[in-house]
Design a protein around this ligand. Structure first.
Ligand code: ZN
Length: 428
């Protein structure tokens, strides 16, 4: 009887909190909010509240916050007849529309990922266009619950109507075939960021997992960066070499992003951002979006493990993950946990500042995820972890999506200012 009464009280507490949020965020973060419907199944919600009453506050905050992920690889699955509108088991993918609703993910950049093997070819551009068309087709088939977004204003309009907003990013820059015309054509096709490289260095920029060709960015690369600034295309420096990263910062007139990278100070791999890069990123006004990939957040992958893995690749770092996981199997190294991802967020906040960190899960692009973060339905547990670690509601809203939305908006404003200076009328 006492247990029953206790449960009723818990439910009442939750119901009240859900309607009257405990937090009143400052005016400057109010934009990063949406409809706020808590979509977690009732039984799960009830179980959480029994575990810890602070879940009432966390769920109310999570579901009314605009949660914006900078990097999902779901389009690669969509091109292989994955139906994004239907619920799938975790083994068949980390993200689909029903699970986006359950996890409270409101907006996401879908990676139009073109394998580096395509090189800088017309075939690479065709592959990108085929993937864009498939995303457009599947989004149109569920127009009542999802829409494509091309601007920060679109993201707000779509998510406030209770739908999910999908943006498109090109991964990587080799698919531009080195052509500013292709860059402009892909912008017209809806692409709003370019990950400059994937695992291979190419004719204008060096990658972190390949030998340098230019020691960063060459003149053709600098011209493409200026054109991205002019178009209002976000520049994504995940996968780029450190030298490319700093070369871009010297040229760009708008904030940049690292759409899916974690912290090198905690897991020392070239795919993660160093503290020096984080400080430069903060100066630039950009944002690092924390990758959940086990290889990038697992503290068991020490400098010694990575050094041995790099040696085993014989200098071909494109094979890095095979070597890392061969060592993990031999030594029976434990996998990462959700707490490890929170540690990477903490470190990024300590070094870059609260305004320069967000989420770039890499869901559907990785084969190993931390326990507790197995798919998109687990995002409320990130919010719970941040809340437990003492982050304020305002800070949590910045981390979950507000910072990325701000950068998107700033890049659009920078482009408008550049075009105005040139005397070119603003697009549309
Ligand atoms: Zn990637």
């Amino acid at each position: 009887m006492q247990q029953l009464l206790c449960s009723i009280v818990l439910l009442l507490v939750w119901a009240c909190r859900a309607q009257t949020p405990t937090f009143s965020p400052k005016a400057d973060t109010l934009h990063a909010e949406d409809g706020g419907q808590i979509a977690l199944p009732a039984a799960r919600r009830y179980a959480l509240l029994q575990q810890d009453t602070s879940w009432a506050t966390v769920l109310a905050l999570h579901y009314r916050t605009l949660v914006f992920d900078g990097h999902l690889d779901t389009p690669s699955r969509m091109l292989q007849s994955f139906d994004f509108g239907r619920r799938h088991a975790r083994a068949n993918g980390h993200v689909d529309l029903p699970r986006m609703f359950e996890g409270g993910l409101d907006a996401a950049f879908f990676a139009i990922y073109v394998p580096a093997a395509y090189g800088e070819s017309a075939a690479a551009v065709r592959y990108a266009r085929r993937m864009i068309a498939e995303v457009q087709r599947q989004v149109a088939a569920h127009a009542d619950s999802v829409a494509l977004a091309y601007s920060a204003a679109d993201v707000l309009r779509i998510t406030r109507s209770g739908r999910k907003a999908i943006l498109l990013g090109l991964e990587g820059g080799h698919a531009l075939a080195g052509s500013p015309d292709t860059l402009r054509a892909l912008y017209e096709a809806g692409i709003r960021y370019v990950t400059l490289t994937h695992v291979s260095s190419h004719s204008w920029a060096d990658a972190s997992q390949d030998r340098p060709r230019w020691n960063g960015l060459n003149e053709k690369g600098r011209a493409l960066i200026r054109e991205m600034n002019r178009l209002g295309m976000l520049i994504d420096l995940s996968h780029a070499s450190d030298a490319t990263f700093f070369d871009v910062l010297a040229v760009t007139q708008a904030p940049v992003i690292l759409s899916h990278s974690s912290m090198r100070a905690l897991v020392p791999t070239v795919r993660n951002a160093s503290d020096e890069m984080l400080r430069a990123l903060a100066q630039n006004g950009g944002v690092v979006l924390i990758n959940f990939f086990d290889a990038l957040v697992n503290p068991n992958f020490t400098a010694e493990v990575y050094t041995e893995a790099e040696q085993r690749t014989g200098g071909n770092l494109r094979q890095l993950w095979d070597a890392v996981y061969a060592i993990a199997r031999e030594r029976r190294l434990p996998g990462a946990t959700l707490e490890d991802v929170l540690n990477h967020i903490d470190h990024a906040v300590q070094v870059a500042g609260i305004d320069h960190v967000g989420l770039g899960s890499d869901f559907d692009g990785v084969f190993a995820l931390p326990s507790g973060l197995e798919d998109v339905t687990r995002l409320p547990w990130i919010t719970y972890g941040l809340y437990q670690r003492g982050y304020s509601a305002t800070d949590i809203q910045k981390l979950l999506g507000g910072n990325l939305l701000r950068v998107l908006s700033q890049v659009e404003h920078a482009a408008a200012a550049l075009r105005a200076r040139e005397g070119v009328p603003a697009a549309e």
